[in-house]
Design a protein around this ligand. Structure first.
Ligand SMILES: [Zn+2]
Length: 680
């Protein structure tokens, strides 16, 4: 751990031209230096270094950032490694924060637990094939369930001998301490000192991490006469956290990302049978109801999830909550219901691989439609129950982040519920507004609890990525990085709206801390001049009109400004430059080196005009806000006009036409105001 003060010293001392100069020949051009880009092949130099801003930027391939990012990119250093390189170059002594004895112990304890779990898994797996009892009881049970040697080995299944302390003795003889064995839960030590194996007489299902490390076990008892629980699981430990693990994720992750779909089942055995039937993209949340961490784990690989339910209604309703969580995380959820009394395992054994493959594909129903149908079944003829049902469904639809998808559900559910789309849409709008309000309040609370940017830096100084740490603590996933990168390519902007979004973000970053005098009224209603920060004007204006950015990266930046402003803090572009998130820093550097201008090609094609930064800042700001709103309005008018094509009742038609007319009026006002500014 490098101390925050040291990091600050390093960043203050470093000279970008000297760092880059070690790897690239640079020539001075005006205030900047120019060279051939080391990140892409080029003959004419387009790689610029700005000593004043401390950043580099390639106009050919778009790479950009500060000295640390350059080293991370060019030398494939981690963040701390890059800092150490700079410190060494400038003879800065690194004051490391030594790990405390407790931290050290925890680290080694974690390793010790992982080692003994690995040892246990291999031992149990070996007994299954090479021990008389293991073969007679364990292996024959798995064969009976139709499992082949291939999947038995793939999932590392095993058997724990039915003696009091067979495993514990074997482990201690091999040098594993009783203390560690007890902490993993493999051994239970009684008060009188007697010790015995937790899993004795059970077939063993090891639970692996994403990277294939054995974290814990689930053991199933086979003899029916004993008064023992059918399944026993490892207790929570330093390495095993049930809410963060998914059974089968190690074996399934490749197939999940390849097929862009994940099947979620209830039992471990379902995972294995499905896997054997060729449906390898299957996991189970075994032992817990689905958690947020598990959803995030899945969403590293896909946004599409199909939940497989055993056919009883009670179980389904219990699962509704879990599915709401999935929707909220932006997952697209489908549901497959099995016939009464069947589960994926029994169905597969009865009908075979081809049938189950066809079944899960053909039966997959959109979750919201599925839920509406199930609940509707219960409300027959009861108006009070039906009102509650509508409320419930609306709340579920409100969780869907995509507007287009929400609209589809409104249409389908209205027809299922036999009410007008307008009624449902109105209810939905109310629900979304109240959700937003809650989110806003929560965000304000969270912002208050977030440390200032300077305090956040050392937190980013984590060591090399650990495959067992959840994704959200590890920086961007490959997908995210790809998305962020796409957002950086100037002329690749998806549509004209994005051009204006970028312009506003550029204004925030380049001039957010500048001030502008605006006419205002004091408490007595007298005309006065009020000085405001540009960032405050932009954020205030967009909040008043409830406008957001379509591009997710811009939205993130906008929200950072907003949340900090609401807390009375000022963020500037450096805040983004100092992030160890290369992509975000890249965007910041891009916007800083190139006050954004649209190519002639763009202007011609879309007949748009983007003001340049150098004229009057106030004029620039007003225009940019108005044009952004104009574009947003245009988009809404188009969406409503599109709706006109659908079948509508007379009432709906009148309402639509009225809305469009209103928006066109606002558009005219905006145009007028724009003309005034341009010609002024
Ligand atoms: Zn380049």
């Amino acid at each position: 751990m490098i101390r925050p003060e040291t990091i600050e010293k390093i960043l203050d001392t470093v000279r970008i031209e000297e760092i880059v100069g070690d790897f690239v020949t640079l020539k001075r051009r005006g205030a900047n230096l120019l060279g051939c880009c080391p990140f892409h092949n080029e003959k004419t130099p387009s790689f610029t270094v700005s000593p004043a801003k401390g950043i580099f930027k390639c106009f050919g391939c778009g790479e950009a950032g500060n000295s640390v990012h350059f080293l991370m990119k060019h030398e494939h250093f981690s963040y701390p490694e890059a800092l150490r390189y700079i410190a060494n170059k400038y003879n800065i002594e690194i004051e490391e924060e030594a790990l405390t004895p407790q931290q050290l112990e925890k680290q080694t304890e974690r390793e010790a637990l992982l080692n003994v779990s690995d040892f246990a898994q291999k031992y149990f797996a070996d007994l299954l094939y090479n021990n008389e009892m293991g073969q007679a009881i364990g292996l024959s049970y798995f064969y009976e369930r139709g499992l082949t040697d291939v999947v038995i080995k793939r999932f590392g299944l095993g058997y724990c001998i039915d003696e009091w302390d067979n495993f514990t003795n074997h482990a201690t003889q091999n040098g594993y301490s009783l203390n560690v064995l007890e902490k993993t839960g493999l051994t239970i030590v009684k008060e009188n000192g007697k010790k015995y194996d937790r899993f004795r007489g059970r077939v063993m299902f090891p639970v692996f991490s994403v990277s294939g490390k054995c974290l814990g076990f689930s053991g199933r008892i086979l003899s029916s006469e004993k008064q023992a629980a059918k399944y026993v699981n490892s207790p929570e430990s330093e390495i095993y956290n049930k809410s963060r693990t998914l059974y089968g994720i190690f074996q399934a992750k490749g197939a999940i990302s390849k097929q862009d779909l994940c099947y979620l089942v209830e039992g471990n055995i379902d995972v294995i049978t499905m896997h054997q039937a060729g449906i390898e993209n299957t996991v189970a949340s075994s032992g817990t109801s689905l958690t947020m961490e598990q959803i995030r784990l899945i969403s590293r690989y896909t946004k599409n999830i199909t939940v497989l339910y055993d056919g009883d209604a009670a179980g389904i309703k219990a699962a509704f909550r879990a599915v709401n969580m999935l929707l909220e995380e932006g997952m697209r959820v489908r549901v497959v219901l099995f016939p009464d009394g069947e589960d994926p395992d029994s169905y597969t054994r009865k009908y075979g691989a081809e049938k189950i493959q066809a079944y899960v594909t053909e039966q997959a129903t959109n979750f919201i439609i599925f839920k509406t149908k199930i609940l509707l079944e219960e409300t027959k003829g009861d108006p009070i129950k039906k009102a509650a049902l509508i409320k419930d469904i609306v709340q579920t639809i409100a969780l869907v982040p995509e507007l287009i998808e929400r609209n589809i559900y409104v249409k389908e559910c209205a027809s299922l519920l036999d009410i007008s789309e307008q009624t449902l849409a109105t209810e939905l709008a109310k629900c979304i507004v109240s959700n937003r309000k809650k989110q806003f309040e929560n965000a304000a609370v969270a912002a208050a609890a977030t440390p200032s940017p300077a305090e956040q830096l050392p937190a980013n100084d984590y060591p090399t990525p650990n495959p067992d740490i959840p994704a959200d603590q590890q920086g961007p996933t490959p997908d995210e990085a790809e998305r962020l990168k796409k957002a950086l390519i100037t002329d690749g902007a998806a549509d004209p709206l994005e051009v204006y979004e970028r312009k506003l973000i550029s204004l925030l970053m380049n001039s957010g801390t500048s001030t502008i005098k605006q006419p205002a009224k004091d408490e007595q209603g007298n005309d006065i001049e009020e000085e405001n920060y540009v960032s405050a004007i932009i954020v205030g204006d967009l909040m008043a009109d409830e406008l957001d950015f379509k591009n997710p990266v811009y939205q993130t930046i906008y929200e950072t400004y907003k949340n900090n402003l609401l807390e009375g803090r000022m963020v500037d572009a450096d805040y983004f430059l100092q992030q160890d998130n290369i992509e975000l820093a890249n965007l910041a550097a891009t916007l800083l080196t190139n006050t954004y201008n649209v190519s002639d090609n763009w202007m011609e094609r879309y007949q748009i005009y983007v003001p340049t930064m150098d004229d009057n800042l106030e004029k620039d700001l007003k225009q940019s806000l108005l044009r952004f709103k104009q574009m947003k309005l245009e988009e809404r008018i188009n969406a409503l006009s599109e709706k006109l094509k659908d079948e509508q009742t007379d009432d709906e038609l009148t309402l639509l036409l009225h809305q469009i007319a209103q928006m066109k009026k606002v558009k005219v006002l905006i145009c007028k105001e724009l003309n005034q500014i341009i010609t002024s």
